[in-house]
Design a protein around this ligand. Structure first.
Ligand SMILES: [Zn+2]
Length: 166
């Protein structure tokens, strides 16, 4: 897909909607976090107007990426299911004002642009959805105890000696 830009303020005010698919391979910052560049993300961008009167964008991103489990170091498929609402400010100063007046941790205020790169928004959303230390719900080989912290068993030095004697 070619990069494309929207007028974020108009997109919100006019309640426009666009959706599409983008290969993970076309998102270089995301690829860096993944084992490989396989997979496709589906995205939906909806414009709207926040209760405070400011235009907003709702970005939803779903799809699977390949991450490395930080417990067993095996690659696994991580399902991204992200949904964020971004309230648009004209500049940094207004962004701080809106942030203070909303006082809502669940809402992000960003500085909008008349030429906002939608691909960057999709990539940001996907990156935010990836945990810092991704892990399997249950690593294979650990069975039902997968959710417990794994214990590293060091081979006994005596075991090595035994092997030498044989
Ligand atoms: Zn694992």
């Amino acid at each position: 897909m070619k990069p494309f830009a929207i007028d974020a303020f108009d997109f919100g005010r006019l309640k426009e909607q666009r959706e599409g698919e983008i290969p993970v391979a076309e998102l270089p910052r995301l690829v860096k976090e993944c084992v490989d560049s396989s997979g496709v993300l589906h995205w939906t961008l909806k414009g709207g107007v926040h209760a405070s009167g400011h235009p907003e964008l709702n970005m939803q991103v779903t799809g699977a990426v390949q991450l490395v489990c930080q417990r067993c170091l095996q690659p696994f498929s991580f399902a991204i299911d992200a949904d964020s609402t971004l309230v648009l400010a004209q500049d940094e100063e207004q962004a701080d004002e809106i942030e203070a007046s909303l006082d809502d941790e669940g809402i992000d205020v960003i500085v909008g642009s008349k030429a906002m790169n939608v691909i960057d928004l999709i990539e940001d959303e996907a990156l935010l959805a990836i945990p810092q230390a991704p892990k399997h719900a249950a690593c294979s080989g650990e069975g039902a105890a997968g959710s417990a912290e794994s214990i590293v068993v060091k081979p006994s030095p005596f075991a090595a000696l035994k092997n030498l004697k044989h």
